[in-house]
Design a protein around this ligand. Structure first.
Ligand SMILES: O=C(O)CCC(=O)C(=O)O
Ligand SMILES: [Fe+2]
Length: 207
């Protein structure tokens, strides 16, 4: 039987059961937020409007990212992040995850079977630090080293924070295969609904 991610926290201790891959500039903080905080955030997020422009549903805050043009435009500014997102951004600064508060956020919803193609987040649009907070379900994210095509999977657990900076941000693509379950370091995990919050800082000339 494939364990669902609901039972995951009870039978997996991420700190001792899994080895986090060593990619320069990649950091993973397990349990960055607890289950109660995750549920509170999910409740707020689900009260907001979802965009259905992609196969998966998304919400954009701060600046709207143009998927077709793969960039921001001068018309992308949407306003400041809402309070609940800003509070998280301030916490990331306080915890020294990033030096400056993020001003752009994309929320992605992945139902089992949905994913995101391998990509590097827009280099001219966003700064050095890309932060992704996972809610709801685990999933395996693949990191692909652009010069060698070496692929390294990383298990993202609900409540965890993935931080991509420097080499991990610019020389590695990240993506989530569109599938219903993942195998990771000898174990199999069924996916349920995952919602991720990816925080970035917009840089000149898009600011
Ligand atoms: O779902 C995630 O954790 C990553 C999302 C992502 O890579 C993006 O929005 O650029
Ligand atoms: Fe990304």
């Amino acid at each position: 039987m494939i364990p669902s991610s609901k039972s995951l926290n009870f039978d997996v201790d991420p700190k001792s059961d899994f080895i986090v891959p060593e990619i320069p500039g990649l950091n993973l903080i397990h349990d960055y937020i607890n289950t109660q905080e995750q549920n509170q955030l999910l409740e707020i997020i689900d009260q907001q409007e979802w965009s259905t422009q992609l196969k998966r549903r998304v919400q954009h805050y701060g600046y709207r990212y143009e998927y077709q043009k793969r960039t921001l435009t001068s018309a992308s500014y949407l306003g400041e992040l809402p309070n609940w997102a800003n509070q998280l951004g301030q916490r990331l600064v306080r915890d020294r995850v990033t030096p400056t508060p993020p001003d752009q956020l994309i929320i992605n919803e992945y139902l089992p079977g949905q994913g995101i193609t391998n990509h590097v987040d827009c280099v001219p649009c966003f700064g050095n630090t890309i932060i992704s907070l996972s809610l709801g379900s685990c999933c395996v994210m693949n990191l692909t080293h652009l010069p060698t095509q070496t692929q390294i999977p990383v298990l993202l657990l609900p409540g965890s924070l993935l931080i991509l900076q420097r080499v991990a941000r610019y020389q590695w693509q990240h993506g989530i295969p569109a599938r219903k379950n993942d195998k990771y370091q000898g174990r199999e995990f069924g996916r349920s609904r995952r919602v991720s919050l990816t925080f970035r800082e917009v840089v000149f000339p898009y600011k």
